[in-house]
Design a binder for this molecule. Sequence first.
Ligand code: PGA
Length: 239
Amino acid sequence: MVGVEVLEDADTLAERAADLIGDALREKPSLSVLVATGHTPMATYAELARRDLDASALTAVQLDEYLGLGEDDPRSLWGWMRRSFVEPLGVKQVVRLGEVPDPDEGCRRFEAQVAALGGIDLAVLGLGPNGHLGFNEPPCGPGARTRVVTLTPASLASNAAYWGDLPVPTRALTAGMDVILGAGRVILLVSGVHKRDILARALREPPTPEVPASWLQDANTTVLADRAACGVTRGPAFP
Ligand code: PGA
């Protein structure tokens, strides 16, 4: 089941997302949260950090990671997650991807750690320009496990915007669709006109491997999208 809220702009979206995440945390202090990086959630995390929340019992679970980078590499998604979410919110427990040298072993270990948490309570996700969630690249079915993936040209192009002159690694680890769709609740953050067409496909087309985010139609999903992403430029925010 998908609920869609159309917000005025990226700032209002971040405030609404922080409201929902804050409410979930107050209700369950030991919340397990799957945490996306990327540009879209950054304003939400900054807003959360400004609020008086106690995240000391929360467990932050990493959504994805490039393969083969050292921990201190500026492109490390763990580094991005640590700087934007873990440290500002005072998170004490984390489950990471890619900590062990053997990637397949790392994926098994990750899924076991998530299972030991009792699964994910809340997944905070962005929407890839190709419909990916994490690095679950199309085509991708709903049962895809946590695994090593090769990035599609669309993801390589969009990720290039994060790293200036540094090349984007071509392979990555991603939490599986099984982990995402098993979450108690998913909040999908979508901002900007460049996401309009893929958001429409994810919400309106029958679920398909060609748009991995379309599988969210079968999960407990709240989409927070700004007007630009919804193609709504005038009139009431809730058309
Ligand atoms: P973005 O990335 O938030 O930087 O647009 C989203 C994604 O690729 O999942």
